[in-house]
Design a protein around this ligand. Structure first.
Ligand SMILES: Cc1cc2nc3c(=O)[nH]c(=O)nc-3n(C[C@H](O)[C@H](O)[C@H](O)COP(=O)(O)OP(=O)(O)OC[C@H]3O[C@@H](n4cnc5c(N)ncnc54)[C@H](O)[C@@H]3O)c2cc1C
Length: 463
């Protein structure tokens, strides 16, 4: 057998399971079709860590609550930013007030602590920027925000350092049952293994049986509002869902505001903004820095181990709270795999990320000391976010280092400031080209064929 376990998909779930399994004496490979891990994890650098309060499905709510409890410990171990932020679930009408009370009773039955019912005046004391029609709310002190990229990349880096073989840019075409184990066929190779964990959305592999996921997908529009909002919203705020429509906001890690509007049908930019303004005051259009469209996923997420006797597990479905659930999903899947294979914990497992510096967060004294050791940290490349050449080089040279422009942006925060990279993207591309020893025309934004330079204008030897 080439491997004990092959993990398909390098999203946050695949990376988290690879981290958990790398604690054991197993030969593991992870296959990802993109050039980097966690490419689809989020639109921006902040995701909500839920606590099971808002989730319709009881089992998924339990996974959220368990994940919520694990997240602060993981963030501190991986040295990544996790900010506690309250969650305000607001009812604006009589109908939604009744629903809110049902949600509150359900949360108490689920054993969720630190939640409070607030009336209108309490709500405005906590969030003065909310419109007057906020009648009642549930306030939870359990929730927070985390960077989904940092979490996924931390999992991946530690797994890589502990021997997991990451095969990036390789697409799985089929998984076939063989007499003992599986054959995983990719566009480049054929591998055999004892067990397969499939975290990709692919449903048509030879091994797959009927699809049991109930898909519930709606339209989502996101507005990213810059730091300078006139109101300072401190909490994650969501309105109780009515007629398939829900608006929610969260403060981002960079003190901006992300506002999402979920709707059963596709609505225009203007209509979305008009609806948001009925919920949240003072969102001047000039403060909107970015606008995204996506799907809102509320599938019946399942860990399908119906073929576990053969050695196949599939994590199927997409859910808006999946980042919160990931640490728990990883523990469950790891336990199932370990129970099926004859393996023991490794003695030399290193549960730590290699050190890195975030220059913008350091004192001048620390900065000076680091620059003395490595002068690349003395050259600022991204002025908006204050990211140095040293940080960009480190992002490329680290375990499982960046090989794309997006990979560098996500690992360092470069080019994510106000100028959106107009001042630094070329410099970043030329550092990447130099570091990986590839001509600029081969440097890609993220996926295959996303080259940032399509060709030379003129070859010198033609002149
Ligand atoms: C806009 C948005 C906002 C979100 N906000 C939150 C939030 O605030 N809080 C929260 O808890 N969750 C949030 N989520 C949910 C969460 O980000 C996702 O559900 C989660 O990232 C899914 O991770 P995954 O690993 O299961 O799947 P994916 O990220 O989809 O990973 C699957 C991987 O498999 C790879 N792949 C696919 N096909 C193949 C193939 N044939 N061969 C090899 N590789 C393949 C893909 O390239 C991908 O990298 C949000 C999701 C979205 C889209």
């Amino acid at each position: 057998m080439d491997y004990d376990v092959i993990i398909l998909g390098g999203g946050i779930v695949g990376c988290a399971v690879s981290y958990e399994l790398s604690k054991y004496n197993l030969n593991i490979a992870l296959i990802e079709k993109d050039y980097d891990i966690a490419d689809d994890v989020a639109l921006i650098n902040s995701s909500i860590v839920y606590d099971g309060l808002e989730c319709e499905d009881t089992l998924l709510a339990k996974l959220e609550l368990m994940g919520n409890r694990l997240m602060p410990g993981l963030a501190s171990k991986f040295n990544i930013c996790f900010k506690k932020k309250g969650y305000l679930l607001v009812a604006n009408s009589e109908k939604s007030e009744e629903k809110l009370i049902r949600i509150y009773d359900r949360a108490l039955k689920r054993g969720i602590k630190n939640i409070y019912l607030l009336n209108s005046s309490d709500i405005h004391e906590i969030e003065p920027g909310l419109n007057e029609n906020a009648r009642k709310a549930i306030y939870s002190k359990n929730t927070g925000i985390i960077s989904p990229y940092d979490l996924a990349i931390s999992y991946g880096e530690i797994a890589f350092d502990n021997g997991v073989n990451f095969k990036l840019g390789e697409e799985v075409l089929d998984i076939q049952n063989i007499s003992k184990g599986f054959k995983v066929i990719t566009n480049k190779n054929k591998f055999t293994c004892n067990m397969v964990l499939n975290t990709t959305p692919g449903e048509n592999y030879s091994i797959d049986s009927e699809n049991r996921v109930n898909k519930d997908r709606k339209y989502l529009k996101y507005f990213l509002v810059g730091k300078n909002t006139e109101r300072d919203y401190k909490n994650i705020i969501s309105m109780v869902e009515e007629d398939d429509e829900k608006i929610y906001t969260m403060p981002t890690r960079k003190n901006g505001l992300l506002i999402g509007i979920k709707n059963g049908e596709k609505i225009s930019y203007e209509k979305a903004l008009q609806k948001i303004r009925c919920f949240i005051k003072d969102i001047p259009e000039e403060n909107i820095e970015e606008f995204y469209e996506s799907l809102f996923y509320n599938d019946s997420l399942i860990i399908d181990d119906s073929l576990i006797d053969k050695g196949y597990i599939k994590v199927a479905g997409k859910h808006y709270g999946q980042i919160t659930m990931t640490p728990v999903i990883a523990n469950i899947v790891c336990e199932t795999i370990v129970n099926n294979l004859n393996c023991v914990l490794k003695k030399d497992f290193v549960d730590r990320r290699r050190e890195f510096y975030r220059f913008r967060d350091l004192s001048n004294e620390d900065r000076k000391n680091i620059i003395k050791l490595n002068k690349n940290y003395g050259r600022v490349i991204c002025y908006c976010e204050k990211i140095t050449e040293g940080e960009i080089i480190d992002a490329i040279r680290r375990p499982l280092g960046a090989r794309t422009i997006e990979g560098i942006k996500r690992r360092t925060g470069a080019a994510l400031g106000n100028c959106k990279g107009s001042q630094c993207l070329c410099k970043i591309a030329s550092i990447l080209s130099r570091e990986i020893n590839k001509d600029m025309i081969y440097i890609v934004k993220d996926s295959k064929n996303s080259n940032i330079i399509t060709g030379r204008i003129k070859e010198f030897d033609e002149m």
